[in-house]
Ligand binder design. Structure first.
Ligand SMILES: Cc1cc2nc3c(=O)[nH]c(=O)nc-3n(C[C@H](O)[C@H](O)[C@H](O)COP(=O)(O)O)c2cc1C
Length: 341
């Protein structure tokens, strides 16, 4: 049914459709919504994952960037996600880049975005998370992905990550230091050890007991990935989120003219799945299993998720798969994995 509906949705502006989708998810988070939309299938206990000092009901989570402002956490849980990574959150609210900034590539089951960390800022989002926690009830695991404001000079980036950590660590089941979005000028340069080490050290100092992970780009070379892994071990981070969107446009079925008309931004979805698997494999060559690796990029089906788990992922996330397969994406994936009956 969603396929038919999607053929209508895909004619609409992608960002408008996103807001429409968020209304549905927010409804799913209400008492009435959860009654109407919750699954009648039970999740198998075999799906449970112990990691980051907690029990995740399943390995399937929502990747950062969908619920940037932490407004629909309960709804995503109703729809079957075991964890939700909110953000990226920056210290000050910011509008992000000019629209249009989100594009669909249906022939590739992909998206290109240059959102640019549009978000409500740390104060509003911390208040929202506090309220969510205070209300209690069943919640998914909540990750909080943090970044820097566009206007913050590169050499002060660490201050932004620390400000976010101080305000948000207490509400997060885990924190993710995002140094890999292609849409904030200079951000990805922070992945170099000389920049990354002081940032991660400072974040760890203020995170108390909240596990800290770092999110990396698929465009890093193998050596650079090995260096991040080494840093994770040296500093005692909890793990790595791999991967963010790519700046590559290789191997797309969409015509080069259409692709270049979309302009700059990060590519996500199916074209990312091969590189995501490669990066995971590379990470696991040296990173022991007790470290958490959240694998993300091109997950559309239960088989996709299973492949990553077999290759050493601790948890798996998706964004673009959810856009293309619709609101019951997580449930379908869990069913395809044999994880719900
Ligand atoms: C529209 C859009 C916005 C995104 N925003 C963020 C973000 O704010 N922070 C972040 O770490 N990743 C962000 N991502 C990247 C996703 O979290 C994920 O790493 C990437 O899309 C690959 O997964 P996928 O192929 O399942 O989409 C965004 C992705 C999309 C498509």
């Amino acid at each position: 049914m969603y396929e038919a509906f999607f053929s209508i949705l895909k004619r609409l502006n992608p960002e408008f459709t996103h807001h429409l989708g968020m209304l549905v998810v927010r409804f799913a988070g209400t008492r009435l919504g959860s009654l109407v939309l919750r699954s009648d299938k039970a999740l198998s206990p075999a799906m449970r994952v112990m990691t980051l000092g907690a029990a995740f009901e399943s390995p399937i989570g929502l990747a950062a960037g969908f619920d940037k402002n932490a407004v629909a956490i309960r709804g995503f849980h109703t729809l079957g996600f075991g964890h939700v990574e909110v953000g990226t959150v920056t210290p000050l609210p910011q509008p992000g880049n000019e629209t249009p900034r989100l594009f669909r590539l249906p022939d590739d089951f992909a998206l290109i975005n240059r959102m640019g960390f549009n978000n409500d800022g740390v104060e509003a989002i911390a208040a929202r998370l506090k309220k969510v926690r205070a209300r209690g009830g069943t919640l998914p695991m909540i990750g909080v992905n943090i970044g820097k404001n566009k206007a913050t000079p590169q050499d002060r980036a660490g201050d932004d990550y620390v400000a976010c950590t101080k305000a948000l660590a207490q509400y997060a089941d885990y924190l993710v230091v995002n140094v890999s979005s292609p849409n904030t000028p200079g951000l990805r340069g922070l992945q170099e050890r000389s920049s990354l080490e002081p940032i991660l050290t400072a974040v760890l100092q203020h995170a108390d007991d909240t596990p800290v992970l770092v999110k990396i780009a698929p465009d890093l070379g193998d050596e650079a990935i090995a260096e991040v892994v080494e840093l994770v071990c040296d500093l005692g981070l909890a793990g790595i989120v791999a991967v963010n969107t790519t700046i590559s446009r290789e191997g797309l079925a969409t015509s080069p003219g259409d692709v270049s008309a979309m302009g700059e931004g990060g590519l996500s979805g199916k074209p990312l799945s091969q590189r995501s698997l490669e990066v995971l494999t590379l990470i696991r060559q040296t990173l022991p299993r007790e470290y958490c690796v959240i694998s993300v990029g091109g997950v559309f089906t239960g088989d996709d998720a299973q492949r990553l788990l077999e290759q050493g992922a601790t948890l798996v996330q998706a964004y673009t798969g959810f856009v293309y397969r619709g609101p019951f994406f997580a449930r379908k994936v869990l069913e395809e994995m044999g994880g719900s009956r």
